[in-house]
Design a binder for this molecule. Structure first.
Ligand SMILES: Cc1cc2nc3c(=O)[nH]c(=O)nc-3n(C[C@H](O)[C@H](O)[C@H](O)COP(=O)(O)OP(=O)(O)OC[C@H]3O[C@@H](n4cnc5c(N)ncnc54)[C@H](O)[C@@H]3O)c2cc1C
Length: 254
C-alpha cells in the first residue's frame, strides 16, 4: 500500500503513542445526515474514552449472520477534545455488511471497537498552507483535524476541498460553512461533478480545485483521504504541480 516516496499513514515522528484500547461502546445517536451517509455517536460503556489524535481511526468488529466475525476501520469524525465518546461518519456500501450494519444501529445498541489506530495525523510544524482533499466520507478525519487546529488558534491557512456529485451529498455542509464564517484562515471548497445550474461553487473534480489553489507548492502540505482512485490521482497531480512527495500524506479507504 505505501510507496517509498509518499507518506501513507506512517507514524509521524512528532506524535506520542496513544494507548490502544479494546472496548464496548453504546450508540448514543445515529443520524442520516445525507443520502446513504450516517453520523453515529458512540459512548464507552465503562465511561472511559480513549485518547487519540485527530486523523486516527478505530477498528469495529461484528459477527455476520453466517457466524463469521469481521472487522472494518473507520476514521474518527469527532475531535479529540470531545471526551464523551467518538463519532463516525459512515457511507452505506451496496452489498457490504459492516457499513449497513452500523448505519442501521439504534440508540442503545452496542458495538466492540479497538482504537485509536493509524498514523494519518497532522505533521508539525505546519507550513503556511495546509490542504485537505477528500471525497465522500473521506472527509471524516478532516473534520476532526480542522476543528482541532482552528480551535487551537493556529495562524496557518487551512483549505478543505471536498468532492461529491450533487449538493445533497455534501457531508456536514452547514458545519463547514459555519467554520469558514468563524475562522478567516479556513477556506471551504466543496466541488461538485454533477451539479445543476443553481450551483455557484466549484465544479468538476477535487483535482481541478486543488490545481487552481496550488500557486506556491513549496509552502504546502497536502493530506488526502478517500478511495484509492481519487487518492492516487490527487497525489500525482500534487507532485506534478511541484509539491514535494515528502509533504503529501494520505489514507486510503479501499
Ligand atoms: C483507515 C480506514 C478508514 C476508513 N474510514 C472510513 C470512514 O470514516 N467512513 C466510511 O464510510 N468508510 C471508511 N472506511 C472504509 C470501511 O473500512 C469499509 O471498507 C466500508 O465501510 C465497507 O465495508 P463493508 O463491510 O460494508 O463492505 P465490504 O464488503 O467490506 O466492501 C465492499 C466494497 O466496497 C468498497 N468500499 C469501501 N469503502 C467504500 C466507500 N466509502 N465507498 C464505496 N465503496 C467502498 C470496498 O473496497 C469493497 O470493494 C475506512 C477504511 C480504512 C482502511
Amino acid at each position: 500500500m505505501a510507496e517509498a516516496t509518499v507518506q501513507a499513514s506512517a507514524p509521524a515522528q512528532t506524535t506520542q503513542r496513544r494507548r490502544v484500547t479494546r472496548g464496548e461502546y453504546v450508540v448514543a445517536q445515529n443520524e442520516e445526515t445525507n443520502p446513504q451517509v450516517n453520523v453515529i455517536r458512540f459512548v464507552p460503556t465503562n465511561g472511559q474514552m480513549f485518547e487519540f489524535e485527530a486523523g486516527q481511526f478505530v477498528s469495529v468488529s461484528a459477527v455476520k449472520p453466517d457466524g463469521k466475525k469481521i472487522a472494518r476501520d473507520y476514521s474518527i469524525f469527532s475531535p479529540p477534545s470531545f471526551r464523551e465518546g467518538f463519532e463516525l461518519c459512515i457511507k452505506r456500501v451496496e452489498g457490504g455488511f459492516m457499513s449497513n450494519y452500523l448505519c442501521d444501529l439504534k440508540s442503545g445498541d452496542k458495538i466492540n471497537a479497538i482504537g485509536p489506530m493509524g498514523g494519518f495525523i497532522m505533521r508539525k510544524p505546519l507550513p503556511p498552507e495546509v490542504f485537505f482533499v477528500s471525497t465522500g466520507t473521506g472527509v471524516a478525519p478532516f473534520r476532526s483535524m480542522a476543528e482541532t487546529l482552528l480551535s487551537n488558534g493556529i495562524n496557518e491557512q487551512i483549505y478543505l476541498i471536498f468532492g461529491s456529485r450533487h449538493p445533497e451529498d455534501i457531508i456536514y455542509r452547514s458545519y463547514f460553512e459555519d467554520l469558514e464564517k468563524k475562522y478567516d484562515n479556513f477556506h471551504y471548497r466543496p466541488t461538485l461533478s454533477r451539479a445543476d445550474d443553481t450551483w455557484n461553487g466549484h465544479r468538476g473534480h477535487v483535482q481541478e480545485t486543488l490545481k487552481e489553489h496550488i500557486l506556491d507548492p513549496s509552502k504546502k502540505d497536502v493530506y488526502i483521504c478517500g478511495l484509492q482512485i481519487m487518492v492516487d490521482q490527487v497525489k500525482d497531480l500534487a507532485i506534478s504541480a511541484g509539491v514535494s512527495p515528502n509533504n503529501i500524506y494520505y489514507e486510503r479507504y479501499d
